[in-house]
Every structure is written in structure tokens, then in C-alpha cells.
Design a protein around this ligand. Structure first.
Ligand code: ATP
Length: 337
């Protein structure tokens, strides 16, 4: 990376607005790479200095040279792997905020599960086959995004009735945890060696979150199946008595990543997707090792970020703050990959 001031850039989708607004708040030049038909949309925002349009998201790697010339630091988000694929992402050499090696763990459900278990985190039981099912379960096909294609089965018979087309695909059968979903947004700094909780959200999923609006007697007649497609996110604050464990879980996951995953382990933004049961236990259903879309609720900070910062601090801005701090301390190499 040259001596020139770096440009903070990302792909136009997911949490790009938050990332670039945060970068501008920290006085960085900003750049978005977006498909042609989204150019006008991104033009609306004054905090975006430059737009590079590409025919399709998949064309992104083709402009790598240009991005090098512009002294770009790339901030990944949820659309990177979704649009470009895992291998393409790992191949790119543009300075990137985060550890690319974490992607192997994030994208492999089995590896992810081992990491969580080794971090002393509760995870739902997993069943090898239909014969083992002795609880209500949720069945998840591989590569499903946003909860699409998941289904609930109350027992073996129900499972066999519903598995149908999914039979030929890879799927996992997991204990269905009944509780409140809570997604915790963390930021771990390699520079300060501290873990911060910046915000929290819960997802609103249709129709599982709206079934309670129909009385049980009517539900029985309608024969509705719950589905888990995300339509939005809403804020939630956690009982204070549960906060120490929320911090501790994040710290354990970071600590374990240093042994399990190559390089610097997990750093920057990540999210534990939890379900909290009536006995006040967190079950983690997934870890996302990057900024998650639920942080978009908190462009101006959250109750949790205000406990740490006396200014509005989104996850996007926190990323830019880390880069700024690294530049000041001459440690940019340490936070980039
Ligand atoms: P991906 O990130 O791989 O695209 P996803 O984030 O869409 O997957 P999950 O977070 O695994 O999918 O699950 C989607 C939703 O399904 C959750 O928000 C939750 O409502 C429900 N769910 C998932 N696993 C469980 C579980 N074990 N028990 C109860 N509900 C679950």
C-alpha cells in the first residue's frame, strides 16, 4: 500500500451505505463499485465520492488492477461471498479489512460448529439421520440464503413427509430451539485487543414471526407451515444480567479463532446469531464473520455503542476508525489482509 491516503471502497449492496457513510465521517475518500443499473441510486448520497460501475457483480474481480491504482482498501460485507463465491473472494489480492482465511470456517457448517463447540458455546443438537430425530427439528439445506428453503418438522413422520425435493441436496437436521432470536454485533480490535458490542437486533421472519397473530384454533384449520424468510430487522436491548455472557461468548470465539484459524484469527466486525431459551441460555445457530445487515439499524449508533463512544458510532464507522487508528500508529499491515 502506497503512501497516498487510502480510499475506502465496497460493493454496492447489503451495508454499503453504512460502510461508506462511516468512512466519510472518519474523513476518508469513498468509492462504491456497483452494477450499472444501481449507479443512479448511489449518486443520491453525498458521502460517496466516486462510483465505478460494472456490468454485473461478477465482473468485480476484473477491475482489481484499477482498484490497486486507486489505493483502495476493500471492506467486505454479506454480498461478497453471495455474489462472487468463496474462491473468487479468496483469490483477490486487494487490501481487505478482515482475515480471508476465516471465510473457510464461516462457509463450512461443520467447521463452524466445531469452532463454536471448542469455544464453549451452546449449539443446537444436530442429528445424523432421520432415525435419530427425537425432538422437533429445523432442516436447513446448504447454501440457502436468508432462511429460504428451511422447514420445521415436529417428529420423524413429519420429517419424512416434508423432505421431498430436498432429499437430493445436502442438508442438516438441527434441534429446533424455542426462544427469542437475538443477533449480537461485535467488533474485535487487533490494535486495542478489546472486544466491543456495538449493537443488537432481531430478525423479523415471515411467517414464523407472524403466526402468533392467528389464534391456535384458526391455525389448525389453515394448516400453515412456518417459514424463515427474513424480511427485516428490529432493535432489541438485552436484559443487563445477560450482557456479561454476551461479551464472554464473543471473547471465547475470538480467542479460539487465534488457535484454529490461520493468520490473525477473527477480527473486525462479526455477529453471533443466537436463540435465548426461557432458562436464559444462549444457543448460537450461526456466526457471521463480517458486518451483518442488522447493523444498518444503527447508522447513528445504538444504546451499546453509546456506552463506549460519545459520538454516533455505527459498525461501518468503527471499521473506518480502526483503519484511521492503524494509519496513525503505522500499523496498517496489521489490520489488512
Ligand atoms: P445463511 O447465513 O447460511 O444464509 P441464514 O442466516 O439465513 O443462513 P440461519 O440464521 O441459520 O439462516 O436461520 C434462519 C432462521 O431460522 C433463524 O433466524 C431462526 O429464526 C431460524 N432457526 C435457525 N436455526 C434454528 C434452530 N436451531 N432453532 C430454532 N430456529 C432456528
Amino acid at each position: 500500500m502506497g503512501k497516498r491516503e487510502p480510499v475506502i471502497a465496497t460493493l454496492g449492496s447489503h451495508s454499503a451505505l453504512q460502510i461508506l457513510k462511516g468512512a466519510k465521517d472518519e474523513n476518508f475518500p469513498t468509492l462504491v463499485i456497483a452494477p450499472e443499473d444501481k449507479k443512479d441510486f448511489y449518486k443520491r448520497f453525498r458521502f460517496i465520492d466516486e462510483i465505478i460501475s460494472i456490468p454485473n457483480y461478477l465482473d468485480f474481480p476484473k477491475i482489481e488492477k484499477l482498484l490497486f491504482k486507486k489505493n483502495v482498501i476493500l471492506i467486505p460485507h454479506g454480498s461478497f461471498v453471495a455474489y462472487l463465491g468463496l474462491e473468487e473472494n479468496k483469490k483477490m489480492r486487494i487490501p481487505y479489512f478482515g482475515n480471508r482465511e476465516v471465510l473457510d470456517y464461516e462457509s463450512d457448517r461443520q467447521k463452524q460448529r466445531e469452532w463454536l463447540i471448542k469455544s464453549d458455546i451452546n449449539v443446537p443438537l444436530q442429528f445424523r439421520g432421520v432415525a435419530d430425530i427425537n425432538y422437533p427439528v429445523i432442516v436447513k439445506s446448504y447454501g440457502a440464503a436468508g432462511g429460504k428453503g428451511y422447514f420445521y418438522a415436529k417428529n420423524k413422520r413429519d420429517f419424512q413427509k416434508k423432505i421431498g425435493a430436498l432429499k437430493d441436496r445436502n442438508f442438516i437436521i438441527q434441534e429446533y430451539v424455542i426462544g427469542v432470536t437475538l443477533y449480537i454485533h461485535y467488533f474485535y480490535s487487533l490494535l486495542t485487543n478489546k472486544l466491543e458490542i456495538l449493537s443488537m437486533d432481531r430478525r423479523y421472519e415471515t411467517n414464523v414471526d407472524s403466526l402468533g397473530r392467528i389464534p391456535l384454533t384458526h391455525q389448525e384449520q389453515l394448516n400453515i407451515e412456518p417459514s424463515y424468510v427474513v424480511v427485516g430487522n428490529s432493535p432489541l436491548v438485552l436484559r443487563e444480567s445477560l450482557l456479561p455472557e454476551a461479551f464472554a461468548m464473543g471473547e471465547r470465539v475470538v480467542e479460539k479463532s487465534k488457535q484454529l484459524i490461520g493468520g490473525k484469527g477473527l477480527y473486525g466486525p462479526f455477529c453471533l446469531e443466537t436463540v435465548i431459551t426461557p432458562d436464559q441460555k444462549f444457543y448460537v445457530i450461526e456466526i457471521s464473520c463480517r458486518i451483518v445487515a442488522g447493523t444498518n439499524l444503527f447508522m447513528d449508533g445504538s444504546p451499546y455503542s453509546s456506552l463506549i463512544y460519545n459520538e454516533p458510532m455505527s459498525t461501518g464507522r468503527r471499521i473506518a476508525r480502526e483503519i484511521k487508528l492503524a494509519l496513525k500508529e503505522n500499523k496498517l499491515e496489521q489490520v489488512l489482509n
